[in-house]
Design a protein. Sequence first.
Length: 123
Amino acid sequence: MRLTAITLDCPDPPALAAFYAHATGLPLHHASGEDFAGLVGEGGLLLGFQRVDDYEPPRWPGQSVPQQIHLDFAVDDLDAAEQRLSQLGAARPESQPGGDRWRILTDPAGHPFCLTLPKGDGA
C-alpha cells in the first residue's frame, strides 16, 4: 500500500491550491472547475483541495470544530517562513506551544499547519 493523496476540505479549492503552490513551490496538477484542485509533490503525492458546502474552518487550539488533520513543513528559518506565508494569507494563532522549535500557522481556509526546523536545529 502506498499513500497517493491527501485532500483538504475547503470553501475555495483554486484559492487554497494557489496558497499552497506559492508556499511550497509545488506545481498545479489538476483542477476540476471550482470544486477540486490539486498539487503534485515528490513521488507523485497529490495534495488535493475539495469544495465543501457550508465549510467550517477548524478552531485551533480549541476543539469546537476539530482540526482533523494538519500538515508539517520543514523550514530553515521560522521567522522568515512565517513572514513570507503571512504575506500569502496565512495567520498566526495566539497559542504557540512549540517555543523556538516549531511555529503554528493557519492557511486561508483555517487549517492549522506547522513550520518546523530540520531535526537537530532549535531544540
